[in-house]
Design a protein around this ligand. Structure first.
Ligand code: GSH
Length: 206
């Protein structure tokens, strides 16, 4: 097996978290390289696209978190083999990515500008993404997004929803998802209770 290393911020969330989770659920060893924001500033120019996560495979650095999710998902049985189900899995991951990107555009704002941008985010992209994910989940049977089993799409949606409901995002109501996407909230709670996911966070808490 190749040697894997994932470099990302020292948070239990964000773009690297579904990849860490998938590797962990699949029992694949990897180096979990966690950086402070100051450390990232120093190494930023040395990364391929001046961004994280960076995924190193046998010492070669790769980019794009959704590509990483797909690759790791294929290695661990957490990505559908059927092309249509794979499409459904990809769509969910890209919907989450759109929401994350829209949030990113508000991150450096302050004061009233931040407040107004976050209101637009909540009323616009967040509402659309939550409602669409909820609809996709219901259409897939309400349990998993694709393939009738846990996939990287479930992990990616779970990580995003957990963040959204954490209250960490200023001017984003913590109950937004509960109001707009109840099936998605139940899904988040179910993914959190998956034995592999619960065991991963139990290890992290030690
Ligand atoms: N399309 C890339 C986006 C990577 C990205 O923008 N990462 C953010 C953190 S989640 C970053 O490193 N931002 C640093 C910066 O903009 O300086 C991916 O999905 O991996």
């Amino acid at each position: 097996m190749a040697k894997f290393k994932i470099s990302y911020f020292d948070i239990d969330g964000g773009r690297a978290e579904p990849i860490r989770l998938a590797l962990s659920l699949g029992g694949i060893e990897f180096e979990d390289h966690r950086l402070s924001f100051a450390e990232f500033k120093e190494m930023r120019a040395g990364t391929p696209l001046n961004a994280l996560p960076v995924f190193e495979i046998d010492g070669v650095a790769y980019t794009q978190s959704n590509a990483m999710c797909r690759y790791v998902g294929k290695l661990t049985g957490l990505y559908p083999s059927d092309p249509w189900q794979a499409f459904l899995c990809d769509e969910v991951m890209d919907i989450v990515e759109d929401a994350v990107l829209a949030f990113g555009r508000t991150m450096r704002l302050e004061g009233d500008e931040l407040k107004s941008a976050r209101k637009d985010l909540v009323d616009g992209m967040y509402t659309r993404c939550l409602q669409l994910l909820d609809k996709r989940l219901e259409a897939a049977g309400g349990q998993y997004f694709a393939g009738g089993h846990l996939t990287v799409a479930d992990l990616k949606a779970y990580v995003w929803l957990k963040r959204l409901r954490s209250g960490e995002q200023d001017h984003v109501p913590v109950d937004l998802a509960d109001r707009l996407a109840p099936a998605l909230v139940r899904h988040m709670e179910r993914v959190a209770a998956e034995p592999g996911v619960a065991a991963y966070y139990a290890r992290r808490a030690k």
